[in-house]
Design a binder for this molecule. Structure first.
Ligand code: Z5A
Length: 209
């Protein structure tokens, strides 16, 4: 596979979407062919699953294991339909969330069995890992305040308790410590321009751009 899979991770409001957009423009400017995608919702089937997973009121009763399986189903479809074909064509993929989200949210946040999560992540990806994962690290309160400031209302997972979001944050910290060559922490509390400068430096260095 000639392409690269670059994943952006972090708690709500950490700035993934904005930073991915800046990176996309920068990479295209360098003449690199880029695909921007996300989980959940990177395929047509995934869009249906995203609605089921994130709508605010209707799905409050979704069970934790059902939630885990729906994220895995979204990912399996995404890997086969989007990620593998685009990597095979040599494209750079910027992906908003991937397997570390499941570990952080369903593993650390919900407390589901880690070995089950690792197995499901493997089944859904058939072992496809990111070439690089940028973890945008911001305090949970800062991220949620940014989202509330957007005025679009909080989705089903954003409405979880602060304690839940703190466990998710702890999950990202432990993942970054466990996989230092794959996951790079970036201080997401800096200005958007400063964050983008740091990310471009990391991409230049790690991907030899
Ligand atoms: N989830 C899961 O549980 N398990 C899984 O396996 C997967 C996902 C794959 C998907 O939401 C949800 O699914 C997510 C985890 C769960 N939980 N929730 N909810 P998502 O990823 O689509 O949405 P999100 O996490 O809430 O992110 P977001 O809304 O896309 O926000 P963001 O991408 O991190 O940030 P942003 O849109 O770029 O910025 C948000 C606001 O902050 C906006 O007003 C910006 O202008 C502002 N901003 C951004 N950066 C800055 C800086 N540096 N300074 C000041 N203001 C800033």
């Amino acid at each position: 596979m000639g392409g690269k899979l670059i994943v952006f991770e972090g708690v709500e409001g950490c700035g993934k979407t904005s930073q991915m957009q800046f990176c996309c423009e920068w990479l295209q400017h360098l003449g690199i062919s880029v695909v921007v995608t996300r989980e959940p919702g990177g395929t047509e089937l995934g869009l249906h699953l995203r609605r089921l997973l994130l709508e605010k009121v209707e799905n409050k009763s979704i069970s934790e294991v059902t939630e885990l399986l729906l994220y895995a189903a979204d990912r399996a479809q995404h890997v086969e339909q989007e990620l593998k074909p685009n990597l095979a064509e040599g494209k750079y993929i910027l992906c908003d969330r991937y397997t570390d989200s499941t570990t952080a949210y369903q593993g650390y946040g919900r407390g589901l069995n880690m070995s089950l999560i690792n197995q499901l992540n493997y089944i859904a990806t058939s072992g496809l890992e990111s070439d690089l994962t940028i973890w945008l690290d911001v305090d949970v309160e800062v991220g949620l305040a940014r989202k509330q400031g957007d005025g679009v209302g909080l989705d089903r997972i954003e409405q979880e308790t602060i304690a839940f979001h703190r466990r998710v944050q702890q999950g990202y910290a432990e993942l970054a410590a466990s996989y230092p060559s794959r996951i790079v922490r970036v201080d997401g509390s800096l200005t958007q321009a400063a964050v983008q400068d740091i990310i471009q430096g990391i991409l230049r260095d790690k991907l030899e751009l």
